[in-house]
Structure formats: C-alpha cells, structure tokens
Design a protein around this ligand. Structure first.
Ligand code: ADP
Ligand code: ADP
Length: 228
C-alpha cells in the first residue's frame, strides 16, 4: 500500500526533515508513526498525500508512483485516501450531514448514492442524532467523528490521520482510536501519527519511531518507548 525507497526530504529553506527513509506498509495494516515534535512525522504524511514532494527517492502509494505523478493526476489519486487532521477542518457553515455529503459531491457521486451513504457513515461514527447540528454546536470529540465520517464516506483504501486526538481529552481520544481500529478491521489500511503513549502501548500495533528525520525503530506490536 505504501512504499518509501531511500526517501529524503529537504524543505525550500534547507531544513533536512527526512533522511534516507525505507518503509513498507502492507494493505490492511494499522501503523503508528511516533516521535518527538519535529522528528518528521507530518512530513512523512505529507509525502504520502503528495502535499509535499520527496527531494530524493521513490514514494509509492496504492499503486501510484507519487514521486513522478503529474499535477493533474493528484486529485484522482487523493480520492482513494481518507485524511483526518488534529484540527478537524470542518466547514463551519455546513451541518454535519452537509459536511459529509460535500465530500461525495466533490467526487461527483450520484445524489441517490449520497442519500444512502451519508446516514450509513454517520451511524458508523455514532452521530446519527447530530446530522442537523453545525460544527460549533458539537464537542471536540464529536467534531473529530464528523471528520472521520467525511474521510470514510468515499470508501478509501487508506486512512491517514495526523495527530487525530491531539486536541481531545483522554476518554474522547479512546473513542476516536477505537473507531480507527474498527475501520481497520473492516479492511482499510490505517496510518496514524501520534504522541499518545497510553494509546500506542495499549493497542499493540506496528510502531515506526522517528528521531531527527530517521527511522530509529520499526516494531510489530510495538510500544511507545523502547523496552530495554
Ligand atoms: P513532526 O510532525 O514530527 O513534528 P515535521 O515533519 O513537522 O515533524 O517536521 C520535521 C522537520 O521539518 C522539523 O525540523 C520542522 O521544523 C521542519 N519543517 C516542517 N515543515 C517545514 C516547512 N514547510 N518548511 C521548512 N521546514 C519545515
Ligand atoms: P464535552 O463533554 O465533550 O466537552 P460538550 O459539553 O461541549 O462536550 O457538549 C456536550 C453535548 O452538548 C454534546 O453532545 C454537544 O453536541 C452538545 N452541545 C454543546 N454545545 C452545543 C450548542 N451550542 N448547541 C447544541 N448542542 C450543543
């Protein structure tokens, strides 16, 4: 699903963000990217989404060679990926239902399909009763569940989340992580960048630890900190 070969990222201003990253994530996996602030987690995610381009090396995602992809191919590529951010990024002027439906309208889904699918995903994230609410009428956890519904509504093969619980209290964070695990159970590949030690330690998923732009640990059923 995701393959990095000798990938280095140097930003315009000369900052070396990632050095010689080699990484393979299989279809159906659940993977955490961990590491201190500035270690390169977001850059890794931006390269996966082609929000940034690798300076050197090859990035491929879901059969697309992301490094050589033409600009006009990017929207089609991104349709196969759901994305969730720390700050939710909902449209404030649209209701919960409309926020989720909008993601389907953008990809020109049929109205009939939208009417069928939106209630289904709102049910999946437990927000059927909030369909008519606006984002500012929701708690943080509810807003993140809307963002998750929006990310899932087009049936992505890959779900990418950058610090999805960074703005949430511990209990609410668990709700979101459990939903991500459920989505993974249903077959979606999930990648999550996080600082949440408790969650990482409890979930026992693959852990890829970054430090100063390098992978320092890659562990199946990993922990937040090295065991020795
Ligand atoms: P993390 O997500 O782990 O906090 P980032 O990937 O955001 O790490 O950052 C990795 C390094 O790249 C840091 O040194 C950061 O300051 C730098 N960086 C991130 N984005 C940019 C940018 N747009 N321009 C220049 N440097 C950046
Ligand atoms: P939390 O305990 O996560 O901080 P809140 O106290 O913000 O949650 O919200 C509790 C419940 O009240 C939520 O279900 C939320 O949707 C609802 N709510 C909060 N603010 C409003 C509002 N301005 N209008 C309607 N419902 C609201």
């Amino acid at each position: 699903m995701i393959n990095f070969e000798n990938v280095t990222k140097i930003y315009q201003n000369g900052t070396l963000a990632l050095t010689n990253i080699n990484l393979k994530i299989n279809k159906g996996d659940f993977t955490f990217f961990i590491g201190q602030s500035g270690s390169g987690k977001s850059t890794l995610i931006k390269l996966i989404l082609r929000e940034e381009e690798a300076t050197e090396g090859i990035v491929s995602v879901n059969g697309f060679n992301v490094s050589t992809m033409l600009r006009k191919e990017i929207p089609f590529f991104r349709r196969s990926i759901g994305v969730v951010f720390q700050d939710f990024r909902l449209l404030p002027g649209k209701t919960v239902y409309e926020n989720v439906a909008f993601a389907m309208q953008v990809v020109e889904a049929l109205p009939k399909e939208i009417r069928r699918r939106v209630p289904t995903v709102l049910g999946l994230v437990g927000l059927s009763n909030k369909a008519k609410a606006y984002p500012n009428q929701l708690s943080g956890g509810e807003q993140q569940r809307v963002a998750l519904a929006r990310a899932l509504v087009n049936n992505p093969v890959l779900l990418v989340a950058d610090e999805p619980t960074g703005n949430l209290d511990p209990e609410t964070s668990w709700g979101i992580m459990n939903l991500l695990a459920e989505v993974n159970q249903m077959g979606t590949t999930v990648v999550v960048a996080t600082h949440e030690k408790n969650i990482v330690d409890t979930m026992k998923k693959r852990v890829i630890a970054l430090s100063k732009g390098e992978i320092i640990r890659d562990q199946e059923k990993g922990q937040y900190e090295d065991e020795d």
